[in-house]
Design a protein around this ligand. Structure first.
Ligand SMILES: Nc1nc2c(ncn2[C@@H]2O[C@H](COP(=O)(O)OP(=O)(O)O)[C@@H](O)[C@H]2O)c(=O)[nH]1
Ligand SMILES: [Mg+2]
Length: 332
């Protein structure tokens, strides 16, 4: 017995392997709440192996393409243009199939739409900007570089892009002697029913909540967002497989809530909802009440894309969860 243990240790030493204390972490939340962004930022801050930036080139170009189509669609819907205008450009974009590089016809069509006054007309009314993907302003200022034939994605591009996660995004991150095994599970409802398969032996669930939902019409008057996040969270926290699991509720996209919330009416949420601050407080209380008192829960407000330095603090906070007796964390 003793001999086989020491020969195992010797084999491990010869291979240069270290033994780590493993922590299993599930990153959950609805689509677009920031799960992939969080995993990528955590991996980067710990110098973990990342997918090379060139792999994202097509996704970034596709994001820009989709934004151009959306600008056109919204401009038509709000009678900012007649459907004949930009018809040729839209035909090119609708029929576009991605090859290795963007075809110059597609590049020119996109540039014509972006350089026109459509975008500025759309965003004049704050309500309309909500129809556009959140990353639209970034793409509107960076399109020349992205459409250049020598384009190579930057770190900022990788933070801002959006592509739906399909399957499981697994990331192993080593910090000292601890190996965080991060599983990002896709947030779309067709995948949510499989989340439970990953529950056994989970130490921590990081659950992301998009605060900018509070400024969306679908959150009010029985819209599909009303109560949605709380119900999803409740379904997770009620699982018997997670009775020993700690929860970190990350209320993300505060930057958007502040930006859009300034001119938004939150009255539909409940009596006394006069500002985005009161709406945020209400939403946080709603979500926290979905976690049973027997589970440890920590909640934090943040803007992942605006405050990238929070990663280190998150690691420290995660580590605190594994130390006994620590009941409160401070990420901000
Ligand atoms: N403005 C803003 N955008 C964010 C923030 N966090 C993430 N995003 C953007 O939201 C989109 C969806 O993020 P992603 O991580 O892919 O969401 P997932 O579906 O939960 O994995 C991406 O375009 C991100 O750049 C934030 O704090 N503020
Ligand atoms: Mg994702």
């Amino acid at each position: 017995m003793g001999l086989s243990n020491s020969s195992n240790r010797l084999r491990t030493a010869l291979r240069g392997e270290r033994t780590y204390e493993k922590r299993k972490i599930l990153v959950l939340g609805c689509m677009g709440s920031g799960k992939t962004t969080l995993c990528r930022m955590l991996a980067k801050s710990a110098n973990a192996q990342l997918c090379p930036a060139r792999f994202y080139k097509h996704t970034i170009e596709n994001n820009l393409l989709e934004i151009c189509k959306e600008i056109y669609r919204i401009a038509c819907a709000h009678n900012i243009i007649g459907s004949q205008q930009f018809e040729g450009d839209m035909t090119i974009l609708m029929n576009f199939r991605h090859k290795e590089d963007l075809h110059k016809n597609a590049v020119e069509a996109m540039k014509r739409i972006i350089k026109s006054n459509l975008y500025s007309e759309i965003v004049k009314d704050k309500k309309r900007i909500l129809d556009l993907p959140y990353n639209a302003p970034y793409f509107m200022t960076n399109y020349e570089r992205i459409l250049d034939s020598r384009f190579y994605p930057t770190d900022a591009d990788l933070t801002i892009i959006y592509s739906q996660t399909v399957g499981v995004n697994f990331q192993s991150i080593d910090v000292g002697v601890v190996r965080y095994e991060l599983y990002e599970l896709p947030g779309h409802h067709i995948f949510r029913r499989y989340w439970t398969e990953f529950y056994p032996n989970t130490n921590v669930i990081i659950f992301l909540i998009d605060l900018s939902d509070l400024c969306r019409a679908a959150m009010y008057d029985g819209g599909h967002l009303q109560d949605k996040v709380r119900k999803i969270l409740l379904a997770v926290t009620m699982s018997k497989l997670l009775h020993n699991t700690s929860f970190i509720l990350l209320f993300n996209k505060r930057d958007l809530l502040e930006e859009i919330g300034a001119g938004f009416s939150f009255a539909g949420l409940g009596a006394g909802m006069k500002s985005w601050e009161s709406a945020e407080k209400y939403y946080m209380e709603q979500c926290q009440s979905a976690v049973p008192p027997t589970n440890e829960v920590y909640q934090h407000i943040m803007s992942l894309t605006k405050k990238p330095d929070m990663n280190t603090t998150l690691f420290e906070s995660l580590e605190k969860i594994f130390q006994s007796g620590v009941r409160s964390l401070d990420l901000e």
